[in-house]
Design a protein around this ligand. Structure first.
Ligand code: F6P
Length: 328
């Protein structure tokens, strides 16, 4: 850990972009400028560190971005950074540029990279949870999750109109390779009849039975929200199986990357702003190797090595039970 407070900081956004990353870049930059720190932004995540692709950031360079989706710095999944060689080069470059503290906004993979960088670089590393998936330990909410929920919900509401008109069965695939948070969130708020998530073993025979029972009782439309990681082949495979089991035709809609875009909701902007400002404060206090998050409404720090261990285990049982009761 460096003892002197940082004078020059770097910011990067990495992995899947999420709405609110810009609000976070803005909060980090302006808090740093307030404390008279020099700020640079790396282009396209860790790739920018490896390629020495960066630019100075000041208060004005982050004007008018709080409402914008995506990330003004760009993002990437940088394979080179997963190799020892890449990490050494990144460390050398950071030393050459004179960075004292690096702020990494991203999800699981990005924060793993941030942690590994610390083996070859002695500067401070602070992580911020930026992913729509909400699948990180150390925080109840990740930046972008709430916007993704609203985006997906808007689509589900629209699909419901046409599903109802034709009394159709619709499968809607939402993002979430490893976590069912988006599916559970939009499934509950969209009034879906079924919610299929990776955390719960898939039982399509049971889904088929419930669907046939509901149809017998005179139910018209039937909405099934599927997290992409629920099985190999995602909602395509689920649709095929349900048709095989029930003989009902299933319409399919994959929401895909629409969930990653768009203007962040107020809730994501507030979260991103709180976390960004706090990240600078803890860096000034000497913290390193930690991710800032929010737990039970309070700002919290979690060491990188505990992010996996402290991963909030989604307990969807109760919500799914309620949801099944509502499917009458
Ligand atoms: O990590 C966020 C996420 O949106 C996942 O839910 C999704 O599986 C993945 O990114 C897709 O990312 P890409 O298409 O950018 O590789």
């Amino acid at each position: 850990m460096t003892t002197a407070p940082p004078k020059k900081i770097g910011i990067l956004t990495s992995g899947g972009d999420s709405p609110g990353m810009n609000a976070c870049i803005r909060a980090i930059t302006r808090t740093a400028v307030y404390h008279e720190l020099e700020v640079v932004g790396f282009r396209s995540g860790f790739k920018g560190v490896l390629e020495m692709d960066f630019r100075p950031l000041g208060s004005r360079s982050v004007s008018n971005i709080i409402q914008r989706g995506g990330t003004i710095l760009g993002s990437s999944r940088c394979e080179e950074f997963e190799e020892k060689e890449g990490l050494y080069r990144a460390a050398e470059n950071l030393r050459e540029i004179g960075i004292d503290a690096l702020f990494v906004i991203g999800g699981n993979g990005s924060l793993r990279g941030a942690r590994e960088l610390m083996d070859s670089w002695s500067g401070q590393v602070i992580g911020l949870p930026g992913t729509i998936d909400n699948d990180l330990g150390g925080t109840d909410w990740t930046i972008g999750f709430f916007t993704a929920l609203d985006t997906a919900l808007d689509s589900i509401d629209k699909i419901r109109d046409t599903a109802e008109a034709f009394e159709r069965i619709f499968l809607i695939e939402v993002m979430g390779r490893l976590a069912g948070d988006i599916a559970l969130g939009v499934g509950i708020s969209g009034g879906a009849e079924e919610i299929l998530i990776p955390e719960i073993p898939l039982d399509l025979e049971a889904v088929g039975r419930r669907l046939m029972g509901a149809k017998k009782r005179g139910k018209g439309s039937y909405i099934i929200v599927v997290a992409e990681g629920v099985c190999n082949g995602g909602a395509h495979e689920v649709a095929r199986e349900i048709t095989r089991i029930t003989s009902y035709e299933c319409k399919l809609c994959v929401l895909g990357h629409t969930q990653r875009g768009g203007s962040p909701t107020a809730r994501d902007r507030i979260l991103a702003t709180r976390l960004g400002a706090h990240a600078v404060k803890v860096a000034l206090d000497g913290a390193t190797g930690v991710m800032v998050g929010v737990q039970k409404g309070e700002l919290a720090l979690t060491r990188f090595e505990n992010l996996e261990r402290d991963r909030r285990i989604l307990d969807p049982e109760q919500l799914l039970k309620i949801n099944t009761m509502l499917t009458i």
